[in-house]
Ligand binder design. Structure first.
Ligand code: GDP
Ligand code: ZN
Length: 457
């Protein structure tokens, strides 16, 4: 698909809807310049990758020389542009009325309104970005924490493609060797013994299996670590929840057993995303509704990536808490000794073995320490930014298709099945790797992927 060119020129407002200091209308396609130039009064002609001052003319009005706005216009000459086509970007003032007028003028001059993600789709179809990089553009725009943005930027820079390329090359080399063996099969020459084929398949599989596992982390990058706040009623869980998210969301009451439904909220600690969950108090239930809440709390606790067990520092250690500590053994959790502002006695005995932080949800003291403790708990789970991470189901599916096919090829080699049959599975693995980077992805699927982008990107 590389080198593909499109006949039409697309146009969109690339800045978000609404008023702003600047609004950008972007054109991409062979006639981008020809469409834009009649709308502009330029002091100096457009030149590749240079910004030019221009006046925007109201060519539809009674006086076509009437100036509507002042703008900075940048021209990118094919192939040195985002889409690798000619691009003209008109950065005017961010007035929706003006931008809409400009857009209509471009359409009147022959441009077509761009579909969502169409600029990026063109970048992909022209071979400038592969599919993982195109997806990274969307992830970057949609990222809600700095950490997500960092991972997306890494992927946009080609981290996944670079990771896959040598693996694919190894697979192609193996396929070529087997094909050569088959060509000479009449002379009874087997170039590769089956044991060696098996070893080569394993070498190709290993990094793919590691990559497949990275998806569970990619998932965390997108959705965040889940962090459950648990503890007996009235110890200050909801108050702590509100402290951590820095606003009042969970209901705080002096009546025990109030938080019966789960309250969740997104939270970012040093750019790392979390999904914080406030739970009902863990204790012997006094009625059915509370009992349902407690069951739900236990479920959430058992699935959370991190648990904050909140204790009331003014009360003596309770049997319920000992049971919870025992249930959490081996899991990442922090004991939060809350209500320090009221505490006079020394804390209980468990802080010897488990990380403990003293807080007051009321005054906010100790919250900084708590944030640090949480981050140090999950630090081990955060791989280095430079390592490749799968960030969506599509990518994960392609890699798992590839490892599945390689697994079958390996079994076939072990069973001394003819090379022709092993090759079928190896080719299937290769196709899966091609689909991963988008080189064999169907148009329908591509359209679906790009339709999730915003307009103007
Ligand atoms: P939950 O049932 O564990 O969610 O506890 P809440 O957050 O609803 O708090 C129960 C009561 O304890 C409320 O009256 C809070 O104002 C109070 N409380 C919570 N945290 C603190 C704290 O650190 N110090 C003091 N003095 N009171 C607190
Ligand atoms: Zn509560």
């Amino acid at each position: 698909k590389s080198g593909l060119t499109f006949e039409d020129t697309i146009v969109a407002i690339s800045t978000p809807p609404g008023r702003g200091g600047i609004g950008i209308v972007r054109l991409s396609g062979p006639t981008a310049r020809a469409i834009a130039e009649p709308l502009l009064k330029l002091r100096h002609p457009l030149a590749p990758a240079q910004a030019r001052f221009a006046e925007i003319l109201d060519s539809t009005g009674e006086n076509p020389t009437q100036v509507l706005d002042e703008a900075v216009v940048t021209y990118y000459q094919s192939p040195h542009s985002y889409t690798s086509e000619d691009i003209v970007e008109i950065a005017a003032h961010g007035s929706p009325v003006l931008l809409d007028h400009l857009l209509r003028q471009c359409v009147a001059n022959g441009a077509r309104l761009a579909e969502p993600g169409e600029f990026t789709q063109r970048a992909f179809l022209s071979g400038r970005l592969d599919l993982t990089q195109a997806e990274a553009v969307r992830d970057l725009i949609e990222s809600t924490t700095l950490h997500q943005a960092r991972i997306a930027a890494q992927q946009l820079g080609g981290s996944l493609s670079r990771h896959i390329a040598p693996i694919k090359q190894q697979l192609i080399t193996l396929i070529a060797a087997l094909e050569a063996g088959i060509d000479f099969a009449e002379d009874d020459i087997d170039f590769l013994p089956n044991s060696q084929i098996g070893a080569q398949i394993e070498a190709i599989q290993a990094p793919l299996i590691a990559l497949e596992k990275s998806f569970s982390y990619g998932h965390i990058v997108r959705d965040g670590f889940t962090m459950a706040i648990v503890g007996r009623p009235n110890v200050g869980k909801s108050s702590l929840f509100n402290r951590l998210i820095q606003r009042d969301r969970a209901i705080v009451t002096a009546t025990p057993g109030t938080t019966r439904d789960l309250v969740t909220e997104r939270l970012s600690l040093e750019g790392i995303p979390f999904e914080l969950i406030d739970t009902a108090g863990l204790r012997q239930a006094t009625d059915e509704a509370e009992s349902i809440g407690i069951t739900k709390s236990r479920e959430v606790m058992s699935e959370a990536d991190v648990v904050l067990l909140v204790l009331d520092a003014t009360a003596p250690p309770h049997e319920d808490d000992r049971a919870t500590v025992a249930a959490l053994s081996g899991r990442p959790f922090v004991i939060v000794l809350n209500k320090q502002d009221l505490a006079h006695s020394a804390p209980g005995a468990w802080e010897q073995t488990v990380q403990t932080v003293e807080t007051s949800a009321l005054t906010g003291s100790g919250i900084l320490e708590l944030r640090r403790a949480i981050l140090s708990l999950i630090a081990k789970k955060i791989p280095a930014i430079e390592s490749a991470v799968l960030t969506n189901h599509r990518q994960q599916q392609s890699v798992s298709d590839a490892t599945g096919a390689l697994h079958r090829a390996h079994q076939a080699a072990s069973a001394n099945i003819p090379h022709e049959m092993i090759l079928l599975d190896l080719y299937e693995g290769l196709r899966a790797l091609d689909a991963f980077s988008g080189s064999t992805t169907s148009d329908d699927l591509l359209n679906l992927i790009f339709s999730k982008f915003c307009i103007g990107k």
